[in-house]
Ligand binder design. Structure first.
Ligand SMILES: [Zn+2]
Length: 156
């Protein structure tokens, strides 16, 4: 059905690259445990995590990850929500729902469109997003803390 099905039977060692046959639990050469079978469309249990980048960045995350269908639907819904907002500002809260759904399902959507060899490889591809997240948290923390500290210090 999909291109990744072609590779479904082929599993390679994540450490040395040797082919791991279906009956092997680990690599015969180096003993590395068999990577999670990912070439099929099954979603491993560890992919069902909360996706913070999808939650915060929404369609920008979808664009950056190459999830163009998700991005298209997202922007379409934004237009609908914008129209709804003209009817009642309360309806703009529907945008929040969109972000929560993306947080809950984001990793699964992303996983299904790629052809990852392991969940480690998949999550490793997210390291920059989490790096960016820390930069934002630290910058926001400094922005909030510096004026407070300065205010406390200057009133002494
Ligand atoms: Zn190996």
């Amino acid at each position: 059905m999909m291109k990744s099905d072609v590779y479904a039977a082929e599993v390679y060692c994540s450490h040395c690259g040797r082919k791991i046959y279906p009956e092997w639990a680990r690599c015969e050469s180096c003993g590395t445990p068999r990577p999670i079978q990912t070439a099929s469309f099954e979603v491993p249990a560890e992919i069902h995590r909360w996706n913070w980048p999808a939650f915060w960045f929404g369609w920008i995350w979808a664009l950056a990850r190459g999830l163009y269908t998700v991005m298209g639907i997202w922007l379409g819904l934004y237009v609908l929500i914008w129209v709804a907002w003209l009817v009642s500002p309360f309806l703009a809260l529907a945008a929040l729902v969109l972000h929560f759904v993306a947080g809950a399902k984001g990793y699964e959507w992303d996983w299904r469109q790629g052809h990852w060899h392991s969940s480690e490889e998949f999550y490793f591809s997210y390291r920059r997003w989490y790096g960016l997240g820390w930069v934002i948290v630290i910058a926001a923390g400094i922005t909030v803390l510096v004026p407070i500290v300065w205010a406390l210090w200057s009133t002494r």
